[in-house]
Design a protein around this ligand. Structure first.
Ligand code: FMN
Length: 381
């Protein structure tokens, strides 16, 4: 049992957060997950600059349906001024009930510009971005959180200092993914680091993230680290019902979904149908999106390779319905094969950083100039 998560004025009854995932946590997937359990369901990240410029794709990303409350938006920014404008826009136009700031993204496109997981190393820049966001959000009474990694690599860890600074400037919670940028999605998440952060910040909620594949994992993370809530990413890919398991677990019950193939295929179909209005009726875009979920939904189920291939090239709703109708409806839950790790993994990667980034924790003149121009055309994880 875990008490509700208090994020400033926001109470989240089930202390579970759907991790922001670019290309995944759009309104269709969020609503599907929400049907199964309580929690906070975060957007894909949106670039502050693109939002302020009102690019249609950014406005689509932050759109919420009326049944989505609280509305949680994750911003990516490398520049305090743009951050301030974006937060002000969200507040003045009443487009969010919670704002998270992305300091965890490890993709080269982002770190090369000093953003995401590269940013907390420049600790004064980090402080300035977070403080600006908190100040602007406070005008609308909107709570702000940060989500970060341990640091750039084991020699450049930032999470303890960044966590303290974020708390000092007024965030209502700090989420830690227990990996460095260098680790990308490889190896296992370091839950000990999460425990250390929990200990270092006794006066603000700490959320643990990394390698929660089941409700038992979530309970185990809480037991081992003392966190106030968990953030779940890849574990729910193709398994929106995991949020039902998580709610049950935090209410002290070990009931779990054990979906048979008809349930999985009906959920996939429902997900696809929900994507169509998200893409303003563009069925082709909805099909492109659902294709990447197919392998996750059917992980562990005996669905033939020919059918899988057809599903990952599906072109229309009608074709999708036809293909799913061809599945053997007698196939039950396959057990462990349907569980466990899924989604991004791989090996450690060189972290691409701006020139001389690690030489000092302060910005030099060239870096200062670069960050002002750095936010265009970014998306990732
Ligand atoms: C496809 C994908 C996209 C992601 N996009 C974002 C993002 O937009 N913002 C962010 O803070 N983290 C992003 N992440 C990281 C996740 O939020 C999470 O921190 C990470 O997957 C570790 O949690 P997990 O082990 O539960 O998956 C992304 C991860 C994946 C796999």
């Amino acid at each position: 049992m875990l008490p509700p998560l208090q994020l400033g004025s926001l109470t989240v009854d089930t202390p579970v957060v759907l991790a922001p995932m670019a290309g995944i946590t759009n309104t269709a997937f969020r609503r599907l997950c929400r049907e199964y359990g309580g929690g906070l369901y975060v957007n894909e990240m949106v670039t502050a600059r693109a939002l302020v410029e009102r690019r249609p794709e950014s406005l689509r990303i932050i759109r919420h349906e009326p049944d989505e409350r609280p509305r949680s938006v994750q911003l990516y920014s490398v520049d305090p001024v743009t951050t301030g404008h974006a937060v002000r826009m969200l507040v003045e136009e009443d487009r969010a009930d919670h704002i998270d700031l992305n300091f965890g993204c490890p993709v080269p496109k982002v770190t090369r510009k000093g953003g995401g997981s590269a940013l907390p190393w420049k600790i004064r820049l980090f402080e300035s971005i977070v403080a600006t966001a908190v100040r602007e959000a406070a005008r609308g009474g909107i709570p702000v959180t940060v989500k970060m990694r341990k640091g750039i690599d084991e020699d450049h860890l930032t999470y303890l200092e960044a966590g303290r600074i974020a708390r000092d400037v007024g965030v209502v919670a700090v989420a830690l993914h227990g990996r460095t940028a260098r680790q990308h999605y490889s190896g296992t998440a370091d839950w000990e680091a999460i425990a250390r952060l929990r200990e270092a910040l006794p006066d603000v909620p700490v959320l643990g993230n990394g390698d929660i594949w089941s409700a038992e994992d979530a309970v185990e993370m809480v037991r081992r680290t003392g966190v106030d809530g968990v953030v779940v990413g890849r574990g729910c890919q193709g398994r929106p019902w995991l949020f039902g398991d998580l709610q049950a677990a935090f209410e002290g019950c070990d009931d779990c979904y054990r979906p048979d193939l008809p349930m999985v295929s009906a959920t996939l179909l429902r997900h696809a149908k929900m994507l169509v209005p998200y893409f303003d009726g563009d069925e082709r875009k909805a099909m492109q999106d659902i294709r990447k979920h197919v392998a996750w939904y059917f992980k562990g189920y005996p669905v033939g390779s020919q059918l899988r291939t057809q599903l990952v090239t599906v072109e229309s709703m009608a074709q999708l319905e036809d293909l799913l109708a061809g599945l053997d409806q007698r196939i039950g839950y396959p057990g462990a094969d349907a569980e466990g790790p899924r989604g991004r993994a791989g090996s450690p990667k060189k972290v691409h950083l701006p020139e001389d980034w690690l030489a000092s924790q302060e910005l030099n003149a060239a870096q200062q100039e670069m960050i002002h121009a750095a936010e265009v055309d970014i998306s990732g994880g």
